[in-house]
Design a protein around this ligand. Structure first.
Ligand code: URA
Length: 210
């Protein structure tokens, strides 16, 4: 596997993912699990955030202690399912700036069609994490990353919950500079572009729309 893809295979992540995959898991539990996994994914995705030293006083002594430094990062949710990963990550990094990209899949061609875009200023100077639970065909992810690059972003990572080999290959081809983080890589896509075995439609499972 390409060294641009990192599978976060921690047992806690895998256990929670199994619960999410199960057909009978209610939407409220599904959302809670996604939130919990987003913390664990963020831990890996943000491993190389820069830090600086600050002088503090503990109750015992003065010390030089690390704090996050550098420009505030940007989290970009690919609507609508991306919001499930965004919410948890934002809890962890409340000072992050947030962007949204609305893309839907044309049911015939599976191509990504943009219907909404709102990004923070100065995106070119900030690390950007794009989030979408499902990396299926890779069309939405590639289009979203392309849009972020057009807006000036240079340091982009993509975080998802589940990936198909087809999606990883597509993003790797279109954007070889972008690291992809996922909790698992499944077998393949079905004829409708769903990940097999997957977990179904992430947006529907989150919001109970089907
Ligand atoms: N989007 C989803 O929500 N699920 C899939 O399996 C593929 C794309």
């Amino acid at each position: 596997m390409s060294d641009m893809v990192r599978v976060v295979d921690h047992p806690l992540v895998q256990h929670k993912l199994t619960l999410m995959r199960e057909r009978g898991t209610p939407s409220a539990v599904f959302r809670q699990l996604l939130r919990e996994i987003s913390f664990l994914l963020a831990y890996e995705v943000l491993r190389d955030l820069p830090t600086a030293s600050k002088t503090i006083e503990t109750p015992i002594a003065e010390m030089q202690a690390p704090v996050l430094s550098g420009k505030k990062l940007v989290l970009v949710s690919i609507l609508r399912a991306g919001n499930g990963l965004l919410d948890g990550m934002l809890d962890l990094i409340p000072s992050a700036r947030v962007g949204h990209i609305g893309l839907y899949r044309d049911p015939e061609t599976l191509a990504a069609v943009e219907y909404y875009l709102k990004l923070p200023d100065h995106i070119c100077e900030r690390p950007v994490i794009a989030v979408d639970p499902m990396l299926a065909t890779g069309n939405s992810a590639s289009a979203a990353i392309g849009r972020l690059k057009q807006a000036g972003a240079r340091d982009i990572k993509f975080a998802c919950l589940l990936a198909a080999p087809e999606g990883i290959a597509a993003v790797g081809k279109a954007h070889p500079d972008v690291h992809v983080y996922t909790a698992a890589i499944d077998s393949h896509l079905d004829d409708h572009g769903y990940i097999v075995p997957g977990l179904g439609d992430a947006g529907d499972r989150m919001y109970g729309t089907k």
